[in-house]
Design a protein around this ligand. Structure first.
Ligand code: CTP
Ligand code: MG
Length: 569
């Protein structure tokens, strides 16, 4: 592609455009040395480099390290609802009486909120001790004391002119208009994919808010199950999260046992008296039901609690208004956390992986192939697995197979969950980087070609529920018409990218080009391939449906010597 006109916007990293000057200077001023937390306002590597769009050169932490550090960071953090006209400096000075502050930022969600991370956990206790139950209230309240607080102005001297209000950090992706502008300024298609990634990936602040929200819910669950942990999983932590994505979390009750291991030495073994129930599933349903009541009745800012207890994986769904997250809470879902870890590894190994996944996900969303409402649509999780599978099959491969990650594992990596072997190497440095140098432009085009022209009647694609529980089918929900739509759009998109190569728009052109063309609403681009050459796909589609729906097929028995996706991932 020809070089495009480069605007200032594309030269500045998006995250640096978003930061406020006030925040930067205050963060630097208040940063405490020796804490694990990264400085939100600095250009330093965020905690867990792979989480928020790091570059290849940044050291990559193990998934478990990142999760532990983030959790500890969240425990030193409070969420404060503030009046719009709060004076930032006075606010920080006021809070600093409880101890030094490591980081803070403001954002909007049903009003102005501040996330304030102290250097020490004691400071949170001190702040809570000095916090009152609501005064001058008109309605009765439930006196549940959490780390979600309300700041009141005592007198007008705290008020400041509007232009000096605290600057807020954005928690949502750019509008379509803004995205098209950004994409048009990019230099080439590779640059477009990277621009899209930067615009949509979770920011450092958004990641903090996600872990803080889990930590706040954990406090509620801990009232019943002291020592429990609520871990985020899915796209919030697997490096594929888009701003605005839901917050998947699971209540880990096994942590309770782990804490007490050292007390079991000697001749005796002490066990808790516990109620028995007919099945694990019933235990899960009972626990979720009670926690659901607590969240509904006591959880500040938690609204719309739904108990979805009859699902294959029972869950609670609710909105956490103060963070703006739609939350799904499950219990003892450790396999899902393990598959998040696997995806984290894949997302961290090569910078092209996330760029490609984000573009494919945005493309699917733009064409209504995915939806936030559950239904017969393909899911983001399936799309991610498809990209990983595609990248494993490049020559040379860009990503290693799950088998090869297993072969690199040592004794410490061994992991069996619910009878499933979930062993793979966890240290990113033990995995050799790929020698493949293909461009993102080529990979995107070939991805569409690959899945648009897949010989479904000969080869089997078994995109399973997850890579470990191989008897479950990830795409069970996908209807034949949705699959047909996916295939048609993939073929059209490959064709559009092919044309892009031949006709390069002039530098001054304001017309969408490259990736932007693929994201245009349906009907905005004429695609001769889809109209003239469309082959009857029904047989092929039927073949694919049969293969992805055959949840009983052994994943190692792909037809014609090809392996199924579930074994290769
Ligand atoms: N999951 C799974 N099988 C499915 C659906 C989900 O194993 N059929 C697990 C995956 O680990 C997935 C997580 O549950 O990452 C969360 O599911 P979901 O929220 O649907 O997907 P995300 O990966 O979080 O993507 P999104 O950004 O769309 O939320
Ligand atoms: Mg999710």
């Amino acid at each position: 592609m020809a070089a495009r006109g480069v605007g200032l916007l594309t030269r500045l990293p998006l995250h640096s455009q978003r930061r406020s000057r006030v925040q930067r200077s205050i963060s630097r001023h208040l940063c405490c040395p020796g804490t694990v937390a990264a400085n939100v306002g600095s250009e330093e590597q965020p905690l867990g480099g792979a989480e928020t769009g790091s570059e290849d050169k940044i050291p990559k932490k193990r998934f478990s390290e990142v999760q532990e550090e983030r959790r500890e960071q969240a425990q030193r953090t409070v969420l404060i609802r503030c009046p719009n006209n709060v004076n930032e400096k006075k606010f920080l000075k006021y809070l600093s009486q409880h101890g030094p502050i490591n980081n803070h930022f403001f954002y909007e969600s049903f009003g102005l909120h501040a996330v304030v991370e102290f250097c020490q956990k004691d400071s949170v206790d001190s702040l809570q001790n000095g916090t009152h139950t609501p005064k001058q209230r008109t309605d009765p309240v439930i006196p549940f004391k959490s780390r979600f607080l309300n700041l009141k102005l005592k007198n007008s001297s705290n008020q400041i002119p509007q232009q000096s209000y605290a600057q807020t950090n954005k928690q949502l992706p750019p509008s379509s208009k803004k995205l098209f502008e950004l994409l048009n300024y990019a230099e080439n298609i590779d640059d477009q994919l990277n621009t899209l990634l930067k615009a949509f990936q979770l920011t450092e602040e958004n990641v903090r808010l996600r872990h803080l929200t889990c930590s706040l819910i954990e406090d509620i669950a801990a009232a019943y199950f002291p020592g429990c942990v609520i871990w985020p999983f899915g796209s919030s932590v697997n490096t594929f999260g888009k701003l605005g994505c839901d917050l998947d979390m699971f209540l880990d009750l096994d942590e309770i046992g782990k804490l007490d291991v050292h007390k079991n030495a000697g001749d005796f073994l002490m066990e808790f008296q516990m109620k028995t129930v007919p099945s694990e599933r019933i235990a899960t349903q009972k626990i979720l039901s009670v926690i659901g009541e607590c969240i509904d009745n006591f959880g500040p800012s938690c609204v719309g609690v739904q108990k979805i207890l009859n699902a294959r994986c029972p869950l609670l769904r609710f909105s956490h208004q103060a963070s703006g997250f739609q939350c799904d809470l499950t219990v003892n879902n450790s396999i899902a956390l393990k598959s998040s870890e696997l995806l984290y590894i894949y997302g961290s190994l090569d910078s092209r992986v996330r760029a490609l996944v984000f573009s494919v996900r945005c493309w699917a969303r733009a064409h209504s192939l995915t939806s936030s409402i559950p239904g017969t649509w393909i899911t983001n999780f399936s799309l991610t697995v498809m990209v990983i599978f595609f990248l494993q099959r490049r020559s040379p491969p860009i990503l290693p197979t799950l088998d090869s990650l297993k072969s690199l594992a040592d004794a410490e990596d061994r992991c069996i969950l619910n009878g499933h072997n979930c062993t793979f190497v966890r240290d990113l440095y033990k995995i050799k980087p790929s020698g493949n140098t293909e461009t993102l432009e080529l990979l995107l085009k070939e991805f569409f070609e690959y899945f648009g022209n897949f010989a479904f009647n000969k080869n089997s694609i078994n995109i399973r529920q997850n890579p470990f529980e191989t008897s479950l089918n990830i795409s069970k929900n996908v209807s034949q018409s949705q699959l047909q739509k996916f295939v048609d759009l993939a073929r059209d998109s490959a064709w559009i990218l092919e044309q892009e190569d031949k006709s390069q728009p002039s530098l001054s052109s304001k017309q969408p080009w490259g990736l932007a063309t693929l994201l245009l609403p349906p009907g905005a681009v004429s695609t001769p391939l889809s109209k003239k050459k469309k082959k009857p796909m029904n047989e092929k589609v039927k073949g694919l449906l049969a293969s992805i729906k055959s949840s009983t097929t052994d994943s190692s028995k792909g037809t014609h010597g090809k392996r199924a996706i579930s074994t290769q991932v």
